[in-house]
Design a protein around this ligand. Structure first.
Ligand SMILES: Cc1ncc(C[n+]2csc(CCOP(=O)(O)OP(=O)(O)O)c2C)c(N)n1
Ligand code: SF4
Length: 299
């Protein structure tokens, strides 16, 4: 029988996620790959831009919400976690995504990340991990490797790097993954799985800073990454996930893919108020206001 091609009409397409603001990142910055993968995932999942919010902190990567359609809020340095929490609890029906840098999320913002993860809020947090402070022109970050020569460590970094995967696992995230922005197709698959996951999903994005990090380059990662799907990795086994998390430190290999994924009740599932009452927004306790009402009168 001849194959019948079926045209599927999608309600939302790539153009619905286009922003009026053009990215200001340097040509070649890894963050472009994260933006494009996020758009693809949102289209694939047919999320509605009007029901989606991205919260960021401060940094080059934290300019992310400007470059994506839908709603976004460019908050304070290191404050993605509290914003994710408050947006989700105000209106649990929204798709809520945090997007920022390793300095923002694993330095000043690490407390917020840990507490959002341990509560297992149904949100996604992607860290564009370039192992450096990009916006402030190239100082070491909490994920800079030992020996890395930067503006703030001209003789080489002497601080042990944080392990973002191990941090997320021990904080209680129920989805922990890593993807390389040099592999757009795989990255989009990981973002799709992360956003679809019910619970706190964390993605460590290997997203090279081509301007200030001459050590962790695209080639550095191409030589080291391998896909967990091509191994016997069991993503429901947290001990195995920890073992993979330390591959970079112990074997100089960087696994990409889903390290860990389990299903557990979310904070919203457990919140007694939501069992008996509607959410804050549905009760009308907060009325949607337009920009002029909210901010305009200040000027
Ligand atoms: C309270 C506060 N401290 C310090 C800064 C300066 N600052 C701005 S961005 C940044 C770090 C940026 O690095 P990262 O989060 O890794 O993002 P990237 O620029 O690399 O994407 C710092 C320290 C600030 N804006 N606010
Ligand atoms: S300085 Fe680095 S992180 Fe910032 S936009 Fe340029 S390449 Fe990207």
């Amino acid at each position: 029988m001849a194959a019948v091609s079926q045209k599927v009409d999608l309600k939302f397409s790539n153009s619905d996620w286009k922003s009026e603001v053009k990215p200001t990142w340097c040509p070649g910055c890894g963050d472009y790959g994260v933006l494009s993968a996020t758009k693809k995932a949102l289209v694939k999942l047919q999320r509605d831009p009007k029901d989606t919010v991205v919260a960021s902190g401060i940094g080059c990567s934290s300019n992310f919400p400007h470059f994506l359609g839908g709603y976004g809020i460019h908050t304070l340095h290191g404050r993605i976690g509290p914003y994710l929490t408050s947006i989700k609890l105000t209106n649990p029906k929204l798709t809520v995504i945090g997007a920022g840098g390793d300095g923002d999320g694993l330095g000043i913002g690490i407390g917020g990340l840990i507490h959002a993860a341990r509560r297992n809020l149904d949100v996604t947090y992607v860290i564009m991990d370039n192992q450096i402070y990009g916006l402030t022109t190239g100082q070491t970050s909490p994920t800079s490797r030992i020996g890395h020569k930067t503006k703030s460590t001209p003789e080489g970094n002497i601080e042990n790097p944080l392990n973002p995967i191990a941090v997320a696992l021990s904080a209680g995230a129920t989805f922990v993954a890593r993807a390389f922005s040099g592999d757009g197709k795989h990255f989009a698959q990981i973002m799709e799985a992360a956003i679809a996951h019910k619970g706190f999903s964390f993605v460590d994005a290997l997203s090279p800073c081509v301007t200030f990090n001459k050590f962790n380059t695209y080639d550095y990662f191409r030589e080291r990454v391998y896909n967990l799907d091509e191994t016997d990795h069991d993503k429901t086994d947290i001990l195995m996930a920890y073992q993979r998390a330390y591959d970079w430190d112990h074997n100089d290999k960087v696994p990409v893919g889903i390290y860990y994924q389990v299903s557990k009740p979310t904070y919203e599932d457990r919140e007694p108020a939501y069992k008996t009452e509607e959410s804050i927004i549905e009760r009308g306790a907060i009325r949607p206001r337009n920009y002029d009402d909210l901010i305009g009168h200040l000027y």
